[in-house]
Design a protein around this ligand. Structure first.
Ligand code: ADP
Ligand code: ADP
Length: 238
């Protein structure tokens, strides 16, 4: 897995109104770093910069690129194509929209706007049952289910499976469990830790309690890093 570095990253959607004011952190290869902070702190913006969601020229883009540097495996992402970024980074968002079809179909075909070529689909279809069998226990019960009568937790499992199927070396969990009740949240968090074991992972979360196992936790407030450390260190700091 690659390492990821944010070096003094500044970014705003509008000129002269920065949302991120010089953010730096490193996710060592295969480790998890969590960004925690209140709503509006800039957490999602930070995650989206990693896959150049707000590239100049795209809808919703800012008038300028972020300044500073973001690198993946030492390579400045400005020099990486959007396609390579898409292949390298798997995202599990908070809200998952599923097709009203089988779970297998949902896992295979991804988001409604996802384009897959036939060869890729065929290869995935051939091993989808093996793939699900290798996921944590909660996933097995999904097979054979149909449609959208799934609980929030089950929907997130489908979203996670869909992301894992393309085997990206980098994962982003953007509030992936924050819409769930606390029992479900704990269950899915445990599963995420298992599936993310050797991936380079960025976790975005509201609460410190959901990111116990991160290599480092960064507390972001109003676009600035105000604290950083392990879960135990941050708890001790109050
Ligand atoms: P968080 O994920 O921590 O809740 P966000 O990154 O979503 O924070 O938002 C940070 C700030 O950027 C907020 O003030 C938000 O209103 C603003 N913002 C987010 N997306 C856009 C956008 N597409 N255009 C303009 N402002 C945005
Ligand atoms: P595939 O590579 O299998 O076609 P997808 O099309 O589902 O996978 O996703 C490809 C990429 O699209 C993701 O890795 C990510 O860069 C982007 N993406 C996925 N989900 C979202 C989302 N909720 N918001 C923005 N971009 C996303």
């Amino acid at each position: 897995a690659p390492d990821i570095r944010f070096e003094d990253v500044r970014f705003g959607y509008e000129r002269d109104r920065d949302i991120l004011h010089g953010v730096s952190f490193t996710i060592p290869a295969g480790k998890t770093v969590a960004v925690v902070g209140p709503s509006g702190a800039g957490k999602s913006t930070l995650a989206r910069l990693l896959y150049r969601f707000y590239d100049v020229g795209r809808p919703g883009a800012g008038p300028h690129e972020p300044t500073g540097r973001i690198t993946i495996a030492g390579q400045d992402i400005r020099h990486v194509t959007q396609d390579s970024l898409r292949r390298a980074i798997g995202i599990v968002p908070q809200d998952t929209v599923l097709f009203n079809d089988t779970i297998e179909y949902n896992i295979l075909y991804g988001r409604p706007d996802a384009g897959h070529d036939e060869a890729v689909r065929a290869a995935r279809a051939a091993h989808i049952h093996d793939f699900i069998a290798r996921l944590p226990k909660g996933y097995q019960t999904l097979v054979g289910e149909r449609g959208l009568k799934l609980s929030g937790g089950e929907k997130q499992r489908v979203a996670i499976a869909r992301t894992l199927l393309k085997d990206p070396p980098i994962l982003i969990f953007d509030e992936a469990t924050s819409a769930l009740d606390s029992a479900n949240e704990r269950a899915i968090q445990a599963e995420l830790r298992q599936v993310a074991r050797d991936k380079t992972t960025l976790v975005i979360a509201h609460r410190l309690s959901t990111v116990v196992d991160a290599h480092e936790i960064i507390v972001l407030e109003q676009g600035r890093v105000v604290e950083r450390g392990t879960h135990a260190e941050l708890l001790a700091a109050g």
